[in-house]
Ligand binder design. Structure first.
Ligand SMILES: [Zn+2]
Length: 332
């Protein structure tokens, strides 16, 4: 029997064990709500992101080598999230637009790869991500606002109980629900560790709410948590063997903030500087520490292209720098 198998291997090179199994790409997308450009690049509020993480991946938007901006004229959250997931600028100019009507990129991934919907998940602190991540008819899993995750898992069940018992003051019954980010993160981290999803979306909110409340110490503290959490996700991937190696981590924000005096609290049409954002990439296909060509410009519309491309899906590349298109990486 053994001999027969050996012979078969020799006769048929396609059965040789030396041919590695085709890598299955995975993507983790993280959005942090309303992170001011200055907080990242000037005030070193996120030391991992601008330090070790930047050298392990590519941090874009420093305004020296590269610029990143939102793709809507109002610098608000829901228009930002919709343009990220649609890859186009939607007719949405407030946080109360109706939900997306066209196929979003997570839906494209699920359909094109015919993925088990259980291999994809999204956890969002703000309920209105329901209007951006997918169409209401889509079977994709999205757990948002104060909804329990209901994943029949004791760890998720415990987090469900905790998030229901500790509700932030920016939860607005009848308008939208919201949970603290620590619960959203705990759900996403456990899902990542226990299920190794092909696509995972983590959507965090607290920083924007503390900023609108004018609470600078809490805003900075939240950025510190985000910084540690991104580090922790990267560490989990580094410790996950082949899965981690094949995973692209993408981190960005839905809009920036005003600049100077009390303007940091707000964002929107009256705060043109809140158009300025940033984007972080690390992992599969990204050369560590590479620098983009000077003058590189990206936007929210680049995110869909980067992610569909990571899955080797057909996508028209219209919002990526040339070198990224060609080499699947930045810089040299
Ligand atoms: Zn926002």
């Amino acid at each position: 029997m053994k001999f027969a198998l050996l012979l078969l291997l020799f006769l048929n090179p396609f059965l040789s064990f030396s041919v590695p199994a085709r890598a299955e790409p995975n993507v983790i997308l993280v959005t942090l709500d309303g992170i001011q450009w200055e907080s990242v690049f000037r005030n070193s509020a996120m030391p991992h992101l601008t330090g070790d993480l930047a050298s392990e991946g590519v941090l874009l938007g420093d305004e020296i080598d590269s610029t990143v901006h939102v793709s809507n004229p109002v610098n608000l959250s829901l228009p930002g999230y919709q343009s990220i997931f649609l890859g186009s600028t939607p007719f949405c100019y407030s946080n109360f637009c109706k939900g997306v009507q066209r196929e979003t990129f997570p839906e494209v991934i699920q359909r094109s790869l015919n993925l088990d919907p259980g291999k994809m998940a999204a956890f969002a602190s703000w309920e209105h991500l329901k209007r951006a991540y997918k169409r209401s008819s889509s079977p994709l899993y999205l757990n948002a606002g104060l909804d329990p995750a209901n994943l029949a898992d004791p760890v998720h069940d415990r987090i469900d109980l905790e998030q229901a018992a500790s509700i932030p003051k920016w939860n607005r019954p009848g308008i939208w629900s919201a949970r603290y980010d620590s619960f959203t993160y705990a759900h996403a981290l456990h899902f990542l560790k226990s299920r190794q999803p092909r696509f995972l979306y983590l959507s965090l909110l607290d920083a924007d709410e503390w900023a609108h409340a004018g609470n600078h110490p809490e805003y900075l503290k939240t950025l510190g948590s985000y910084d540690q959490w991104i580090r922790e996700i990267a560490d989990v991937l580094d410790q996950s063997g082949k899965y981690g190696k094949n995973t692209l981590l993408v981190v960005t924000t839905d809009h920036g903030r005003g600049r100077g005096g009390e303007r940091w609290r707000e964002h929107g049409r009256k705060y043109p500087e809140s158009k300025r954002i940033w984007l972080y990439l690390r992992g599969a296909g990204i050369e560590p520490g590479a620098r983009p060509d000077p003058g590189t410009t990206l936007s929210h519309l680049s995110v869909r292209e980067i992610i569909l491309r990571a899955f080797e899906l057909k996508v028209r590349l219209r919002h990526l720098p040339k070198r990224f298109k060609k080499d699947s990486r930045f810089g040299s």
